[in-house]
Design a protein around this ligand. Sequence first.
Ligand code: LIP
Length: 263
Amino acid sequence: MLNDKVDFCRQIIIRAGELVMQGFGQVRAVQMKGRQDYLTEFDGRCETFLRQAISEAYPNDGFFGEEGGGSDAATLWVVDPIDGTANFARNIPHFCIAIAYVENGRAEFGAIYNPVLRELHFAQRGHGATLNEQPIHISDVTAAEAATVELGWSSRIEKHDYLGVMNGLLEFGFNVRRAGSGALGLAYVADGRNEAYVERHMNSWDCMAGLLMVEEAGGRVCSFEGREKILRGGPVLACVPDLAEPISDIMGIPLAASREETR
Ligand code: LIP
């Protein structure tokens, strides 16, 4: 059954991407859910499409989406119909659809799809991570002076905290950037384009797929499991192992035990 869901997820996220691309460059109306928190009609249309397709295929599974909500369940699909909506609304080709499949509070597989670049990042627990079916691995950069940390932001994050951790990262020698899609930022840690992604608070739909990808690609992550994190979100850290301790110290976000430690 899990393999059927993996195949279904790979296919349905591509179809969702085709739907979203009908609106890329055509956005006429934008709503604001809050300060710097964009919403377009395509967020809603994509989530409705995915909610209907998943409930028809797997009626006993739960669905938890950014726009329409939902509830926790033993088998749960956690969905961001467009992550990086502000980019999408501004015709910036850096956004994605993110889907995590969660059993008993833990992500078992996840997909992140950028329909502009047609890049599908995928990971299944214990089976590695891929980009367009090719295996991916974290960056081999080990020096902070050559490393890039993507530092996510939203209006939920307190300004002085954000500036404080940015200062700490810069002081340590990192390049710091923010590209406006947390899910893609995590996928880029998994494929080596970032050495780390950190954010003081992310929602489950933004991060659960990407955190699994980083783990499967050989990186270190924070713990992000269970009902409370799924429904309320929390702090996120994902990085290459050699830089994990200093980044964890700067952010004050504890690392989960590594795969080696739990063997
Ligand atoms: C958000 C981005 C933000 C990032 C968040 C999330 P959404 O996208 O705007 O930069 O830090 O984690 O990815 O969900 O508002 O479209």
